[in-house]
Design a protein around this ligand. Structure first.
Ligand code: GCU
Length: 401
């Protein structure tokens, strides 16, 4: 009997520490836990549930597998330095395919690692290459685009540098997956997954960022099927809203071996609690389609968040993650981005990995590349530049080369 009472007592003591009730919160500080086992069993699932139910929304249960059709291939791209492939990813029920554009090093033996990165305005804006097929969904304007002519985003896509470093680049246009405006989820991929009678996602179902992340996972499906790419060495990279997307894709799809967030800001790497620059209320007002409806619970109520964005970074552990900021990007709160990386670091250490190797925000152009959590702040504006890519290549090289 005594023993039974003792066991009951022990249970009463241990239970509250082992499960996380809705009232308990992790808040916005460092994520420190006593063991890896506890992180994996209790905290990781609770944090994942929070991001699924209250931030980006759950992915649908229904599986739709794309059918891949190679539309074009050339080994004379980028002046002969690259092989270009263009693949249509057909989804049953969608009238237009998601167009995947790949440049990979020419004349190499063996499989190459890759960067997967979604683009803002259509595949044709990443380079002046006249062979890039223009998506029916892309904003082309008159004469192939006042809005996004060929090569409009050339500076964001230093292909020669990336391919020259031995990497493939695989990109899709965000609008091929889901348009970036509030259309009440009538276009894009959401309707493909509605149950009978459903006309928009439920409050805990995915918004547009979730849909984009799903699209990045379908790129990974293709890469797994392409024998010239090493799908075990794939990094997902994204800038700004697509940086938020890259983090979420990395958190939910463990096939991405390295994850990079460039100036992702609010709803990405930045801590929300600081309310510096963009806030939860502001982002939900301007972009009501990005997150799930439940995220509105945190408008002007950042203190109510079960965990802040450092939890998102921790979900990627033990896979290497890199966060980057820019000095003139106050809207994205560089210090908040840095602190998230720092506060997720203890989870990396539980896995025997090395967290961020600095505990104070570094000076501009002083990248912190030693740890499995990397960080830099670059001088300049909200953008993704050659300098940023050079750090991502160095970081990826630590794992892929
Ligand atoms: C807006 C938005 C940000 C976003 C950015 C972008 O500034 O408020 O959250 O990151 O657009 O995607 O460029």
């Amino acid at each position: 009997m005594k023993r039974f009472m003792f066991s009951l007592l022990m249970l009463a003591i241990s239970v509250p520490t082992m499960c996380v009730s809705a009232q308990q919160k992790y808040g916005a500080g460092p994520l420190e836990f006593s063991s890896l086992k506890e992180w994996k069993r209790v905290h990781r699932p609770a944090i994942m549930d929070f991001f699924l139910n209250d931030v980006y929304g759950n992915y649908p249960q229904k599986q739709i597998e794309p059918r891949f059709e190679l539309l074009e291939q050339s080994d004379k791209a980028l002046g002969g330095k690259a092989v270009r492939k263009q693949v249509a990813m057909h989804l049953e029920g969608m009238s237009t395919p998601i167009l995947l554009l790949i440049y990979q090093p020419a004349n190499v033996k063996g499989k190459v690692p890759a960067f997967v990165c979604m683009n803002f305005k259509g595949n044709h804006q990443i380079n002046i290459d006249p062979e890039i097929i223009i998506s029916a969904n892309a904003p082309t304007g008159k004469d192939l685009g006042t809005d996004a002519p060929r090569g409009a985003a050339l500076s964001r896509w230093p292909l020669e540098e990336i391919v020259g470093a031995g990497y493939a680049v695989a990109t899709i246009y965000r609008g091929d997956v889901d348009p970036d405006f509030d259309d009440n989820f009538q276009n894009g991929i959401h309707p493909l997954f509605y149950r009978a009678g459903q006309s928009k996602p439920d409050a805990e179902q995915w918004g547009t960022i979730g849909a984009w992340a799903w699209g990045l996972s379908r790129v990974m499906d293709y890469l797994e099927s392409d024998k010239s790419i090493d799908h075990k060495r794939v990094a997902v990279v994204g800038h700004s809203r697509l940086g938020k997307t890259a983090l979420w894709a990395g958190a939910t799809d463990e096939r991405f071996a390295v994850v990079v967030s460039n100036d992702s800001g609010c709803g990405g790497a930045a801590l929300s609690i600081r309310k510096v620059g963009e806030t939860v209320a502001k982002i939900n007002k301007s972009f009501p389609h990005w997150f799930c409806d439940n995220y509105n619970k945190y408008n002007d109520n950042e203190e109510g968040l079960f965990v802040d964005q450092q939890g998102l970074i921790a979900l990627i552990a033990p896979r290497p993650v890199y966060v980057a900021s820019a000095t003139e990007d106050a809207w994205a709160d560089p210090e908040g981005e840095f602190l998230s990386a720092l506060y997720a670091s203890p989870v990396y250490e539980l896995y025997g990995k090395k967290g961020l190797s600095v505990s104070k925000m570094p000076q501009p152009e002083q990248p912190s590349l030693d740890g499995d959590v990397g960080y830099h702040i670059r001088t300049g504006k909200h953008d993704i530049t050659l300098y940023d890519w050079q750090q991502y290549i160095k970081f990826a090289n630590k794992y892929f080369r």
